[in-house]
Design a protein around this ligand. Structure first.
Ligand SMILES: [Ca+2]
Length: 269
């Protein structure tokens, strides 16, 4: 009996290892766009699937990956183009732990990494007559809960109970610094169930402990046209993640394995 279980567990473990090993090509054609309102984003993907450009100065829009972010170190680049931007100064960024439908889901929970070029007060007057407020210049990590409104995403706050945005931290050196036009910013995210480290151009900006959710990584845009995003590398992260449930049940009984590191190596197509 023991031998049978061991053989089954070994076979499963081998299959799992195979599933996550080796290079996987990122093709942005396999990613998915989503927003709470129609026509919020227009994501134009380059023919080779390596870059996507969001062209609309509009409501919050997300373009999310076909892989989960836990256990990975994912690197992506943002570039806000001056051409076609109208000289605007709004939000660009990423989401982590994003699940399909989260833009409108009352049970959504994901992380928002957004970066505002200029401080600005505004009232979207979109729902519940929520008050206007100020979006601060700089880079921050926030937790989005439920179907956050435009004013909540703008201000990083909760204005109507049951959903909202809670700012967790502002960046070490970019917390009150706006992004610049026509400049490549390489973001690296090392993400696990209780840890998040984010670097920008090799400088650590966040090192957070907490309780985080798995899901896609995604590109985020709020009221900023002509922004190009790329994701060209995903590798094994530093933080362990739980085994999938069926394997965990087998492995804890037979092999004593409770944790693993997800091995993913993805390369630019
Ligand atoms: Ca704008």
């Amino acid at each position: 009996m023991i031998h049978t279980k061991l053989a089954a567990a070994t076979a499963l473990f081998a299959l799992t290892s195979i599933a996550y090993a080796g290079p996987i090509t990122i093709d942005l054609n396999d990613w998915t766009e989503e927003a709470a309102t129609s026509a919020a984003g227009n994501w134009v993907i380059a023919a080779d699937g390596s870059v996507v450009t969001q062209t609309i100065n509009g409501s919050p829009a997300i373009f999310y990956s076909d892989f989960n972010a836990f256990g990975t170190e994912a690197t992506g680049t943002i570039r806000a183009n001056s051409t076609g931007s109208g000289g605007d100064d709004d939000f660009i960024g990423f989401v982590l732990g994003y699940q399909p439908g989260d833009a409108v889901s009352p049970t959504a929970e994901y992380l928002l990494i957004d970066w505002k070029r200029g401080t600005q007060s505004f009232n979207f007057a979109d729902v519940n007559s929520e008050p206007g407020g100020t979006a601060l210049r700089g880079l921050a990590v926030s937790r989005v809960t439920g179907a956050a409104s435009l004013d909540e995403l703008w201000q990083h706050t909760t204005l109507t109970a049951g959903n909202g945005v809670t700012e967790l931290a502002r960046a070490t050196t970019l917390g009150s610094t706006g992004w610049a036009f026509d400049t490549d910013y390489e973001f690296s995210f090392d993400y696990g169930p209780s840890d998040l480290v984010i670097s920008v151009n090799g400088v650590e900006q966040f090192n957070l402990a907490g309780s985080f959710s798995d899901g896609s990584m995604g590109f985020y845009n709020f009221s900023q046209a002509s922004v190009s995003y790329s994701a060209f590398d995903v590798d094994e992260g530093s933080f362990s993640v739980p085994e999938p449930a069926p394997l965990l049940l087998l492995a804890t009984g037979v092999l004593g394995l409770g944790l693993r590191r997800r091995k993913q190596t993805l390369a630019l197509k």
